[in-house]
Design a protein around this ligand. Sequence first.
Ligand SMILES: *Cc1c(COP(=O)(O)O)cnc(C)c1O
Length: 305
Amino acid sequence: MLNPQPIINQVLDHPLLEEKEVELSIKRLDWVHEMVPGNKFFKLKYNLEKAIRENKKTLLTFGGAYSNHIHAVANAAHFLGLNAIGIIRGEETLPLNPTLSDAKSKGMRLHYISRSQYRGKTDDSFIEELHDLFGDFYLIPEGGTNSEAIKGTQEILQEEDQSYSHISVSIGTGGTFTGILQASQSNQMILGFSSLKGNFIKKEIDKLIEDYSINPKDQFQVITDYHFGGYAKYDQSLIEFIWWFFESFGIVLDPVYTGKMLFGLWDLIKKGYFPKGSKILVIHSGGIQGNRGFTFQTGIKLPSL
Ligand SMILES: *Cc1c(COP(=O)(O)O)cnc(C)c1O
């Protein structure tokens, strides 16, 4: 199995935090595992256990060409001696970007499908076609959110974390947010920053809460003001913020998830959103592997390790 490193909450020092009298710590999930860092470690943990228990030899999953999930599944499979198949949205472009080139070098078989085919990725008939092509496999949905993932992400919070008043997390599918919500205390406020445009994510979260019988809780807020135009969209202010954060704290953020969340969180701190005495814990969900792909695609340099 994958063994995690001890998880550290790093306290951040900054004059703004003193001025506003709030405490800010960052949970370094980016350090939880060398090969499978970030929230993907927790999302995959029980899926991997289940795959092995069911004697599956192959993992199959879906993702875009820069997907942290694809990268994590390829690494995890390699680490555990399983085969991996990545169903990739869109056409193959060569040279492969760093994410797919890593995945391939770890032995993942890449299978490209059109965007319209990709939309049918959860249809039974399509899954059957994949079984005809590839035989038996353990299926992990796109983004990795399923009941095993919700179970795993509950382990992101530890007992010591009960003292925080606010917990901040980035939202893609919302699986990580949902697990954290389930594991939180009733006096804690969970803030989810959506990396996607629009309010539909609020419905998705409500659905996850219902589907996974998360204790009805109202101590959360889904914030949709910091998507920068949509998933994987960005502007100069986001790039500057990521550099500023790196220079201030020595912590690398990514432009898709953690950069947007911390941009939003910092903005809310500035605007006085948090009462004096708040103790905020922000989850660094990883995703740094994607920075090379971002530079590959845009030519814009980002901090890296
Ligand atoms: C995948 C990912 C997320 C989104 O997680 P969900 O459970 O899909 O909401 C957030 N941050 C990073 C760095 C990720 O790679």
